[in-house]
Design a protein around this ligand. Structure first.
Ligand SMILES: Cc1ncc(COP(=O)(O)O)c(C=O)c1O
Length: 400
């Protein structure tokens, strides 16, 4: 993927010139443009829940507005939200985080941004397992660090401690972990996660655990947070959390970080001079999300479970497509290489063919560092998924 182009009328900074535009946001925009033109688009590109934010959360936001909670908050977030986050981690993962280790952010993305830019110096190496969420290397680029990718394909896209050990050099400073993973949906088994964190501790490295899809795992996999590891393994860990997926709150832009007090202080400095604080209304909504009834999360998970089962078996019946069984998130990540024949030579061309001939949006795997794969989101109704799979089959059958 090429770096973003600028016209020359504007002198972009070197830092930003090196960053690539988000392929996932580009896929969303392509779908939006086609819908606006009245085309019957099947959008399997979206990285966001198709559910609405639960009513109790919206009500809490409305109540906060009426009560005049419309001012700046502390950079670290409101006391109520910090407390709700701390209580959830203590209740669900047995981890004690003090207030000076918890901060509210404008989405999980900002938590990752704060963590990386407050830590990385020029040429520090950051280990990123492939395939990766598109934003990880771009934040590292912005911080002038160097992304070192760990190829996980040989193990079905699941990172192992052994792979991490082999990738470490004297310049390695940080590893970014993301389980369940976007785009592969794969989950690092807790035993392996612990072994990875033991290596991180042994080499005095830092780790960011992006737990954006924390709650979306399917049996026999179980919910696992790095917060449940023993404190010695968490000394240099920053957990980046998000309300976006769990509570269908992508537009509210609210997330959080959990890290030691020094790292948190540095991140507060970054945030204090950029966004100041996460929206006060969104913080009130997020407090309700954590403290109120959780049945909407179970309802969404049940729906994803049903779609996932249908989708995985349907994809594996399409000639030329092979799809591992991801344990989490809401993505399938099939290998389309057997369909890359004739005029189709890359997964990007496969995705473009689907878009142009079948008005179906998927995301090319190359943007995630996995050429030959496509990401299919099942955060859309079963009926649209069924229509999308029909269209994918038509393209695959033409080339395989
Ligand atoms: C892996 C991963 N991490 C973090 C995020 C950021 O989520 P948000 O900033 O909406 O909390 C996303 C969103 O798509 C994601 O897929």
């Amino acid at each position: 993927m090429a770096a973003t182009k600028f016209s020359g009328q504007f002198q972009v900074s070197e830092n930003v010139a090196r960053m690539k535009a988000s392929t996932t946001l580009a896929a969303m925009q392509a779908a939006e443009a086609m819908r606006a033109a009245g085309v019957d688009v099947v959008d399997l590109g979206a990285g966001e829940p198709d559910f609405d934010t639960p009513q109790n959360i919206k009500d809490a936001a409305a109540a906060a507005m009426r009560a005049g909670k419309t001012k700046y908050t502390a950079t670290s977030g409101t006391r109520d939200l910090q407390q709700a986050i701390g209580q959830m981690y203590e209740r669900d993962f047995g981890a004690i985080y003090e207030r000076n280790q918890i901060m509210a952010t404008s989405g999980g993305k900002q938590a990752i941004f704060n963590a990386v830019v407050s830590l990385i110096n020029p040429d520090d190496e950051v280990l990123i397992p492939k395939p990766y969420w598109v934003t990880f290397p771009e934040i590292v680029t912005f911080a002038r660090g160097r992304s070192v990718f760990i190829d996980t394909e040989e193990n079905g896209f699941v990172l192992t401690a052994d792979m991490v050990r082999k990738a470490i050099t004297p310049k390695t400073k940080l590893i970014i972990l993301n389980s369940p993973s976007n785009p592969s949906g794969r989950v690092i088994p807790p035993v392996e996660f612990k072994a990875i964190m033991e290596i991180v501790a042994e080499h005095d490295l830092y780790a960011v655990s992006d737990e954006c899809y924390l709650r979306f795992v399917y049996p026999p996999a179980t919910v696992f947070s790095a917060a449940s590891l023993r404190p010695e393994l968490r000394r240099r860990l920053c957990i980046a959390g998000s309300f976006s997926k769990t509570y269908a709150m992508t537009g509210w832009r609210i997330g959080y970080s959990l890290a030691n007090a020094d790292w948190t202080r540095a991140m507060l400095n970054v945030q204090g001079h950029s966004t100041s604080n996460a929206s006060s209304i969104s913080q009130a909504a997020a407090t309700e999300a954590l403290s109120g009834p959780q049945d909407s999360v179970a309802t969404m998970l049940a729906e994803y479970t049903q779609r996932r089962e249908w989708l995985l078996s349907a994809l594996n019946e399409i000639p030329g497509l092979g799809c591992a069984h991801p344990e989490g998130a809401f993505y399938a990540f099939p290998d389309v290489r057997a369909c890359l024949t004739g005029s189709l030579q890359t997964s990007e061309q496969f995705a473009t063919e689907l878009l142009e001939k079948e008005q179906t949006v998927v995301t090319d795997g190359a943007g995630f560092g996995a050429e030959g794969y496509i990401r299919i989101s099942y955060a859309t109704s079963l009926e649209r998924l069924q229509e999308g799979v029909k269209r994918i089959r038509r393209v695959a059958e033409k080339y395989v």
